[in-house]
Design a protein around this ligand. Structure first.
Ligand code: AHR
Length: 858
């Protein structure tokens, strides 16, 4: 039912009918007392609860303490509280309304939401308490009730039609069933569920007469700067805090985020100044004051004379130097070349020579050296040198050794391997980028996630701050609590997409910050003020101009050309919003942006957003908006358990392919971009168990790849020791790339994509649905190579033998690969496997818990 109908039928539903109840026993009473309340358990974060009674004396708790609505206000941890909820039935709209206080700091702000059946609630808005108060009608007084498990609680008692209580009881039952399904784990297979299961003979019949065209970009990647994925990760820069812009604000451990953090000065005085910066967007720079008697020319001469005579009468002074160890040591390779550069000046003096070394080990072994000259005078000058490493080391540091006394200013101290992905300057780490390339991603979504809408308005990712010369870019703190140099900015993202052969899918905030932003101010729900929205909309339009425009006629396109890319990037899709709360504040801004893009750039397809989950109020309202606004795609997100993925393989089979609008026109439905998903277990590891549940689910997604246009696992990259989120697809250190079992599933799907789906039937002897749903199959055709691709998943604890009846003409196995391993194995790797054809049939055996892909040619 659409959201509009949901509103229109509210009175009827609330008083007489039921969405959940297929059956309300006729013997039941026609009305009951319903108590609505919350508790202060978990600091008030447990949501709105219900209890019912026939006599107002004996109360039956629903759940107990089941909550179909919880507060969504503010950041996880400190916020999301529901204090003193008030629930009332608004006879004018026919809807139940609920309002509550959010915290002690904002006494005049409340949440407001509404529902037709008390189970499914509208996305919440946060408004002034007086505004809500004036709209309240017939509010029941607060009463104190004694409940069997919660004890004495304050709330409100309402007289309601019994079907409404029945709806709540049914919704709870449904939730409990879902919880049981979601909790299914493979560990229970051998011991319990499939104790007596014997190896299965499985027959598959491929039905070429039932085929359909599917998307050509099902597998892509979602790159977010989370887990140090950019600086210290994919971005090949080796110097940490190169711009002296680290700031403790918003960070958990202030000591690591000072302007001089990660720099070690010895024998000189290091300060940071903002007096006359290199660029206004990059205000801090290092001021080195060197006053070492041993650097005086006369002392230097004496020192060398004494050294020749084997004596020393000179006092010891440490050699003045400034060092940076990058991210826990710089990894360098013997024979490799590194581009060093720095902006510097000697404001009050003559030029100064600075030795630039790579040192390693406890004895400060010098493994590369060069010398640069920092010019005298007030203006900043960039100097460069190439360092060639004479040995490999994982613990190297860059050491700058000024050769004269005086004061020198430095900024943007950079060290880059020349060996980057595709040899790009300011480019990507080659090994990591190649691991991404191996996925054959058809698109790249960037730069977030939460990183794109940010924690409050000031933290929103603004693409214009990330282009142009590196020293002019505007660094910002990252929502995941570290620093972003934006060295990978929009230009580098687009360039990287081109190098990967993938389409760019930039995601811009929908004029609101993250729904989990800190409360208050311009944080959660404080969207960009409406009078500034036209400027923001223009910023979105300018991006399209920058990416696709003609440098001869467009100022933005000219900047792209000057940066090195005169040809358009060919932007075809743009994401607006990221799993936002679909509140009124959001909707107003979202519509404004989407309408402007659709009007001015109909050639660019919009990817909208439908909240953070696969169900619930944002999902429902987001989808309704998408159809109302005719959006080409929406971005769905869900991180669920393996049990969810196993039990929801028909999730997309039920999606409408066409919709009828209010004027009776039949139109293609909005298509799905499953932009963030992953199978999560308790220890949050990415292992064979989770990977196979994703493979099983992806078979069902491929079957529905006429409506699901794109998918991307999330998150993509994680630097070991610096993760804010687990599991991730690829873990890495400074020197290693450690793909997970889930990575292999993505790679097997990515490298074996098709453009035509062929239906198939799967028959096994075992009658149980529990067994059958753990056998996955998807058949596609790689039309370019004229090969049939069969994907099979065995999510059972026994080996299975397959016989696949092939369509005419496909006779030869070109390749067969199987991924299997211990369920907890986080780094399983696929291996070539046995598959043969005879008499029009493919024969193969699959080990317990495995995923096989077979390519068959003519
Ligand atoms: O993928 C990690 C985070 O999960 C994303 O930033 C956000 O969109 C989602 O909540």
């Amino acid at each position: 039912m659409s959201f509009k109908n949901y509103i229109l039928t509210a009175v009827f539903a609330a008083l007489t009918s039921s969405v959940f109840a297929q059956y309300v026993p006729v013997a039941n009473a026609d009305s009951a007392w319903l108590f609505t309340y919350s508790t202060l358990k978990n600091a008030g974060r447990n949501g709105l609860h219900f209890a019912w009674s026939m006599d107002k004396v004996n109360w039956q708790e629903i759940g107990p303490e089941w909550a179909p609505v919880k507060s969504d206000y503010g950041a996880w941890g400190a916020q999301k509280r529901m204090l003193d909820p008030v629930v009332w039935f608004d006879s004018e709209s026919g809807l139940w309304k609920a309002s509550w206080h959010l915290n002690e700091q904002e006494p005049n702000k409340v949440a407001i939401t509404e529902s037709r059946n008390l189970s499914l609630w509208k996305p919440q808005d946060y408004v002034g308490a007086s505004e809500v108060k004036s709209a309240m009608r017939n509010v029941a007084p607060a009463e104190t009730i004694v409940l069997p498990s919660s004890g004495e609680v304050k709330g409100q008692v309402h007289r309601v039609a019994w079907p409404l209580v029945n709806d709540l009881l049914n919704a709870l039952q449904l939730q409990r069933q879902k919880d049981r399904d979601n909790a299914e784990r493979a560990a229970d297979d051998v011991k319990g569920r499939f104790r007596d299961l014997k190896p299965q003979q499985i027959s598959v019949t491929v039905l070429p007469e039932h085929s359909k065209t599917i998307t050509d970009k099902l597998i892509g990647i979602f790159f977010e700067d989370i887990n140090y994925a950019a600086d210290g990760g994919l971005y090949a820069e080796l110097i940490q805090n190169r711009d002296f812009e680290y700031t403790p604000e918003h960070m958990h451990d202030a000591s690591k985020w000072q302007p001089t953090s990660w720099w070690v000065a010895e024998g000189l005085d290091l300060k940071v100044s903002t007096d006359d910066p290199l660029h206004v967007n990059n205000p801090h720079y290092a001021v080195l004051s060197i006053d070492n008697p041993l650097l005086d020319p006369a002392t230097k001469r004496l020192k060398s004379k004494q050294a020749a005579m084997g004596i020393s009468t000179l006092e010891y002074h440490p050699t003045p130097q400034l060092a940076n160890r990058g991210w826990e040591g710089i990894a360098v390779k013997e024979g490799a070349r590194y581009d060093f550069s720095v902006y510097g000046r000697v404001p009050e003096g003559k030029s100064v020579k600075v030795k630039v070394q790579l040192q390693c080990g406890q004895n400060d072994k010098v493994i590369a050296e060069s010398t640069v000259t920092i010019a005298g005078g007030k203006s900043w000058k960039k100097v460069q040198a190439v360092l060639k490493a004479t040995a490999s080391a994982n613990d190297a540091r860059l050491v700058l050794l000024p050769q004269s006394n005086g004061t020198m200013h430095l900024d943007m101290v950079s060290l880059f391997p020349q060996d980057t992905y595709k040899g790009r300057k300011n480019g990507m780490r080659r090994d990591l980028a190649e691991a991404l390339e191996a996925l054959h991603p058809k698109f790249v979504r960037f730069p977030g996630g939460c990183a794109s809408h940010g924690d409050g308005l000031d933290n929103m990712y603004r693409w214009k701050n990330t282009i142009g010369p590196l020293e002019s870019r505007k660094p910002n703190w990252n929502i995941w609590h570290y620093h972003q140099t934006v060295g990978i900015g929009y230009y580098e993202y687009f360039q990287f997409c081109e190098d990967l052969g993938a389409e760019p899918l930039p995601v811009l905030a929908a004029g609101v910050p993250c729904q989990n932003s800190s409360a208050g101010g311009n944080g959660q729900q404080g969207g960009i003020p409406m009078d500034q929205m036209p400027e923001y909309v223009q910023e979105v339009l300018d991006l399209i101009e920058w990416a696709n425009g003609d440098p001869k006629t467009s100022e933005w396109a000219r900047m792209r050309a000057e940066a090195g890319h005169p040809k358009p990037f060919g932007l075809k899709m743009i994401g607006i919003g990221n799993e936002d709360l679909i509140s009124d504040v959001f909707t107003e801004r979202y519509k404004m942006i989407c309408e402007a893009v659709a009007k001015q750039h109909p050639e660019v397809e919009i990817v909208g957003t439908v909240g953070p989950f696969c169900e619930g109020s944002d999902y429902e309202r987001g989808w309704e908006l998408a159809h109302e606004m005719n959006l080409p795609y929406v971005d769905e997100h869900y991180y669920n358990s393996p049990g969810w993925f196993i039990n929801n393989q028909t999730f997309y089979d039920r999606y409408a392919r066409h919709i009828t609008d209010s004027e009776g026109n039949v139109k293609p439905a909005t298509r799905v971009y499953l932009g963030e998903y992953a199978s999560h277990i308790g220890n949050r590891s990415n292992c064979v168990e989770t990977a196979l549940s994703e493979a099983l689910y992806l078979c069902s997604v491929e079957r529905n790849a006429d409506i699901v246009a794109m998918t991307s696992y999330a998150p993509l990259l994680a630097k070991k020791g610096h993760t804010q989120w687990n599991p991730d697809m690829i873990y890495f250190t400074n020197t290693t790339v450690e793909p997970t079992s889930g990575y292999q599933v993505q790679k097997m799907f990515g490298q074996n994509a098709g453009t035509k789906y062929i239906a198939s039937t799967v028959r096994l002897e075992h009658p149980s649905a529990n067994v059958q749903k753990r056998v996955g199959c998807s058949v596609v055709v790689d039309e370019a190579k004229d090969q049939l691709i069969i994907k099979l998943v065995n999510y059972l604890p026994v080996e299975n033998t397959y016989s696949v009846a092939l369509p005419d003409g496909y006779t030869t196995v070109v390749a067969a690969q199987t991924l299997t391993g211990e369920l907890a194995d986080t780094h399983a790797v696929p291996a070539d496997s046995e598959a043969t054809t005879a008499d029009g049939k493919l024969q193969l055996t699959m080990p317990a818990y495995s995923f096989t892909v077979v390519r068959i040619g003519r």
